[in-house]
Design a protein around this ligand. Structure first.
Ligand SMILES: Cc1ncc(COP(=O)(O)O)c(C=O)c1O
Length: 370
């Protein structure tokens, strides 16, 4: 493996220093919560090696809403990040081939690069509403393709793929004998529409990945999961998981169980906040002159771009935005896109912070026009 640090991590708010940022529109989660706010009793926890697949009750809570899945189909991991890592390292080697959608969450492209497998990238475009071109995915599949990789709801655009698209991709994976990874880390942030089944319910060729980071505001407990009905694959994923940290932190798992047990109350409160911020963002997008977008459908991020008739000094834009306005967004290069694109996170900031942050962004674009 040849590891490379990605710009999205090097330039992330936590690496820059949260105290240096006033208006943080670069996050892809809701606001981080405090342990105090949960009223969870941690006093009796036995600090033992937990079950390697993850605490049974937690695995049960993860798939509770499903009539198809069982706790045996789940492995708890250190965040979705670890779930994605063990999926890539289990399925891919330098002899194998991956078809991956871009833009995407960086890890979904970078870990396969570190493995040095062959990669076909299927690029999404603004002009096509960031729809997945299933025919392009089909054309990219080779005899040694082991994995097709998508994110749904999509990061950074907030697109939700239709049942038809998902079914077509699943059919491709089944026909061509590979797996479909659906990174569903934003699944519980479907704040406008009813929740769909976990993708892993639909076929044993599908791998679903998610976590408590984005929708509960608890990335600090590093708890995520991978779900698949393919027991052979699950066995291999468990081997990878055991060789990294054996099991999870039992403290983190206890907190995660508390979160999932109170899912309805906690997540619906976050949805309310997101809806309010999203309504403001939509209004702002319609009024400001410089940016255009494909309106997001779920999650907490969108991916607008500067309209072609405006030429902006992008280097100066992001520097000035941070240094003079205390405001950050996610520049396009975090996603291997032009820097005239930017990811705006609207779930993390408090309402007033979002308003000021967007106002600052508009002023800063104006100030950096060429
Ligand atoms: C699509 C996607 N997948 C996975 C992750 C990693 O999340 P976690 O904090 O659960 O490791 C992120 C984080 O930004 C993400 O956006």
């Amino acid at each position: 493996m040849r590891y490379t640090r990605m710009p999205i991590e090097i330039e992330s708010p936590e690496e820059k220093g949260y105290s240096t940022i006033q208006y943080n529109l670069a996050e892809s989660s809701v606001r981080d919560i405090t342990l105090d706010s949960l009223n969870v009793d941690l006093s009796g926890i036995l600090l033992f090696y937990g079950e390697h697949k993850g605490m049974y009750k937690l695995r049960q809570a993860i798939i509770e809403e499903s009539k198809v899945l069982t706790p045996e189909d789940v492995i708890v991991t250190a965040g979705a990040a670890m779930a994605l890592f063990i999926t890539s390292t289990t399925l891919l080697s330098p002899k194998d081939h991956l078809v991956v959608i871009r833009p995407n969450y960086g890890t979904n492209i970078e870990t396969p690069r570190a493995i040095e497998c062959t990669i076909s990238i299927v690029d999404l475009s603004f002009e096509h509403n960031y729809e997945i071109d299933v025919a392009a995915v089909a054309a990219a599949i080779q005899p040694n393709t082991r994995l097709i990789s998508i994110t749904n709801p999509h990061n950074p655009t907030g697109r939700v793929y239709s049942d038809e698209t998902l079914r077509a991709l699943i059919a491709l994976a089944e026909e061509r004998g590979c797996h479909l990874l659906v990174d569903e880390t934003y699944r519980d942030l479907n704040f406008q529409t009813a929740l769909k089944p976990f993708a892993a319910e639909l076929s044993d060729k599908v791998i679903s990945v998610s976590s408590v980071s984005k929708s509960y505001g608890a990335p600090g407990i590093r708890t995520g999961w991978v779900i698949t009905r393919d027991q052979k694959l699950l066995h291999d994923l468990l081997a990878a998981r055991e060789q990294i940290t054996l099991c999870n932190s039992v403290v983190d798992e206890t907190i995660a169980l508390h979160l999932l047990t109170h899912k309805e109350k906690l997540v619906s409160a976050h949805h309310e906040h997101i809806r309010k911020n999203f309504a403001y963002l939509k209004e702002w997008m319609a009024k400001q002159p410089y940016l255009e977008w494909v309106e997001p459908q779920a999650g907490v991020v969108c991916f607008p771009r500067v309209k072609a008739q405006y030429k902006v000094d992008v280097e100066a834009l992001y520097d000035k935005l941070y240094n003079e306005y205390g405001t950050v967004v996610g520049p396009g290069h975090w996603f291997e896109q032009e820097r005239t694109y930017m990811r705006i996170g609207y779930g993390y900031p408090h309402h007033e912070e979002l308003k000021t942050g967007l106002h600052n962004l508009e002023k800063c674009i104006k100030a950096t026009l060429l």
